[in-house]
Design a protein around this ligand. Structure first.
Ligand code: ADP
Length: 724
């Protein structure tokens, strides 16, 4: 009996095990009759379960599978990434349009810049407007310099740099001063022409009086940078790391880092720079495009050997030698996030111009190439950020002397195909967004790395459950922002300055703030006082704007660029708050400006609201009022306009409720177009905001719900009186 009760019988199946367990447990406890009853019940349950399973199975077979629509990709302008992109599109079973399409596509893959060709408003494009400009050596150095002025410790990962010709004198003076302070310091500098790539025009110097550099002063702008003379070597060779970073969104900021990259080796054993080896490019420059022409270049199909290897193979080597690989990764992640935060303010200005907020426009994402050097002490140093990292999966091979052809490169293919494919997976327009990452911000720690696998798996599962045909491997891209946003949020002060700038830019399509816009900013934010009269404001504007226009060689458009505005903010902050360090001074000033703007927006809101309420209350309470009523209405309106003297009677509760309701409706209406950025500021395209195309400081802090509370608070009837 006990066997009958225990065994699931022919009806076993999945449910049978549960039933068997139940029955087994019952054996020990129940009397015989009870056990018989239970056994029959268990059998019945198993039978019913099996029937259900069969029915479900039949249903599944009969029901046509709801297939997701096919994603379309225009690859007609993909250039050198076309081959890798084609493989990814095939893997994902999407549809490629290599010659373009007369209808719009879901995704546009551009080879160079946002402006490569026309894109549809509802599409995604793999480039940000302004990214090319921002990653040029001079502009990038400037952006990092601004951050270094505020956060010198945090931005030490970028070598000390000077922009030529404008900073030549600073360069000479600073180097002299440093040498005087430390006589053992024997620096080498590397000069890189702006806009150059693949090592073009780069050379080393020991002294600022180098003739070529002086000649350079009269030609193209360039960056002169401290040369890292003690890099970490493997097999006595210098190497750098090309790491791929996906900037998925700038508002809110979303950054992913590829878990693997490439290491590119020099082809001549490294020696510390001296005047005899300055010209040896195969010793000092790690560029693949240069070293491939060296006789020592090793093409290898193995990711662990050769002159181009995977970064993971290097890490494995380091780990074997006992280095703390997790620390290296953590430093690299920090470097990447900080570098992107430096780029964001100006990128936002570009974005606003080319994709005006509140209007339909494409969604951008971009894969960036970070060139990183490991120093002897294992600290990563950022050499540059590439807006167009090569996505070529072939390499050049010399088939006969002087004759090169492209042959497949397994190392490139392994890394790059995964990156493009997973980027597409992340921007898949048919994939419902997984908000998991956005809602969880944690501190970065090496331990968090363990979570990555499970997170990636979770995301992979989410994708496959949302209908992807195959079970993909976990994403090779790891989200680092907003995941680790908490420890970087204080750096976003520069972004807040950019938002102030954008608010007063005025006419769309310009990147420069006019004199009137600057005056309006000063007045609106109540920055002018006895210490800074308006006359000084005008002089400040003219001085800074003119200087920056000369520096940037802007002859056409006059006005104040973002960098100039930042300088003005720094200047005013120092003038206003004398003692604390610059960073605190600037923060205090920005807080003050934001507070003024918020108060102003609330005031405008209440004014508009009061006016419309007034009108509606007129119709509400005096629908058929005769002439005499009209007089009393006029009286009411007058009372509103002089309400700073006469507190109005409280609004009826119903109106108050209506008000809150309409607020909530507005908040909801604005939130899809306007996102809450990491600062807690609601940005752009917000119908709630009076300045439709500007950042909305009404919604201001934190989240929609807290704002609702806040708005409810300010709807206190006396608030109307207070603000008017
Ligand atoms: P490009 O865009 O022309 O490749 P990079 O800034 O990447 O210019 O520099 C080219 C190469 O020069 C790098 O790959 C690296 O090997 C070397 N290099 C650049 N800057 C430094 C530096 N500050 N210290 C040491 N080596 C550097």
């Amino acid at each position: 009996m006990s066997q009958r009760a225990r065994g699931p019988g022919p009806a076993g199946g999945g449910g049978g095990t549960e039933a068997a367990a139940m029955a087994g447990a019952a054996d020990a406890v129940f009397p015989l009759a009870a056990r018989r009853a239970l056994a029959s019940l268990t059998k019945e349950a198993s039978r019913r379960q099996l029937q259900q399973q069969r029915r479900a199975e039949q249903g599944r077979q009969c029901r046509p599978r709801r297939s997701r629509r096919t994603v379309t990709v225009d690859s007609s302008r993909a250039k050198t990434s076309a081959e890798a992109l084609r493989i990814c599109i095939q893997q994902l079973k999407w549809k490629e349009f290599p010659a373009g399409r007369h209808l719009f596509c879901d995704v546009y893959w551009h080879g160079v810049s946002f402006h490569d060709g026309e894109v549809s408003c509802s599409s995604q494009v793999n480039k940000y407007p302004g990214m090319m400009e921002m990653t040029r050596k001079v502009n990038f150095s400037r952006a990092v310099r601004t951050m270094q002025e505020l956060f010198s410790e945090e931005y030490k990962f970028y070598p000390r740099s000077w922009i030529l010709p404008e900073e030549y004198q600073n360069f000479v003076d600073e180097v002299r001063l440093s040498k005087e302070n430390d006589s053992s310091w024997k620096p080498t500098f590397i000069v890189k022409p702006d806009g150059g790539s693949q090592g073009d025009g780069i050379y080393l110097i020991k002294d600022s009086s180098d003739i070529r550099m002086l000649a350079n002063l009269h030609s193209k702008p360039s960056v002169v940078q401290e040369y890292i003379s003690k890099p970490f070597l493997i097999d006595r060779l210098k190497f750098d790391i090309r790491l791929y970073v996906l900037l998925k969104s700038i508002d809110p900021l979303e950054i992913y880092i590829a878990k693997d990259g490439l290491s590119r080796f020099c082809t001549e054993p490294y020696q510390e720079p001296n005047s005899k080896n300055f010209h040896r490019v195969f010793m000092h420059l790690t560029n693949y495009s240069l070293n491939v022409h060296s006789g020592n270049f090793v093409h290898s199909d193995n990711v662990n050997t050769g002159s181009k290897r995977t970064f993971s193979s290097i890490l494995a080597k380091l780990s074997l030698r006992g280095y703390d690989v997790k620390k290296i990764w953590s430093d690299i992640i920090t470097l990447v996030i900080r570098a992107i935060i430096a780029l964001i303010p100006e990128l936002k200005v570009y974005h606003q111009i080319y994709i005006p907020p509140g209007k339909p426009g494409p969604t951008c994402f971009q894969i960036l190439g970070f060139d990183i050097l490991l120093m002897k002490n294992m600290k990563p140093v950022l050499l540059e950020v590439n807006a167009n990292p090569s996505m070529r999966i072939e390499h050049e091979q010399e088939i006969s002397p002087g004759v090169f052809e492209y042959v497949p490169s397994p190392v490139d293919e392994e890394i790059k195909v995964a990156i493009i494919r997973d980027t597409l997976r992340l921007v898949d327009p048919t994939f419902k967004k997984n908000n998991y990452y956005q809602s969880h911000s944690t501190e970065y720690s090496a331990e968090n790395d363990r979570d990555d696998i499970t997170e990636a798996e979770a995301q992979g599962k989410a994708e496959s459950s949302s209908g992807t045909e195959q079970n993909w491997p976990p994403l090779c891209l790891k989200q680092v922002f907003p995941k680790y946003s908490r420890q970087f949020s204080y750096l976003l002060i520069v972004e807040r300055i950019a938002l102030l700038f954008m608010r007063f830019l005025g006419i769309k399509g310009t990147m420069k703030l006019g004199a009137t816009g600057f005056r309006t900013f000063i007045r609106t934010c109540k920055l002018s006082n006895s210490n800074l009269p308006m006359a000084s404001v005008d002089i400040l504007y003219i001085d800074i704007a003119r200087r920056w226009n000369v520096i940037r060689g802007d002859r056409g458009e006059s006005g104040m660029c973002l960098q100039a505005f930042m300088e003005a903010i720094f200047h005013m902050a120092q003038r206003r708050y004398k003692t604390p360090p610059l960073r605190e001074q600037v923060e205090a000033l920005v807080n003050f400006c934001e507070y003024q703007l918020e108060a102003l927006d609330e005031k405008h809101f209440l004014y508009n609201r009061a006016t419309s309420d007034q009108k509606s209350s007129l119709t509400m309470y005096h629908p058929e009022t005769p002439r005499s009523g009209a007089v009393s209405n006029v009286h009411l309106l007058n009372r509103m306009s002089t309400s700073n003297r006469l507190p109005t009677s409280p609004l009826p509760a119903s109106v108050d409720k209506q008000h809150v309701k309409s607020m909530n409706r507005r908040v909801t209406a604005c939130s899809p177009a306007a996102s809450i950025n990491p600062n807690g500021w609601c940005n752009l395209g917000c119908r709630f905001c009076r300045n439709n195309h500007q950042s909305c400081s009404v919604i201001g802090q934190n989240d929609v719900r807290s704002q609702r509370v806040k708005l409810t608070q300010i709807l206190h009837p006396f608030a109307t009186w207070y603000f008017m």
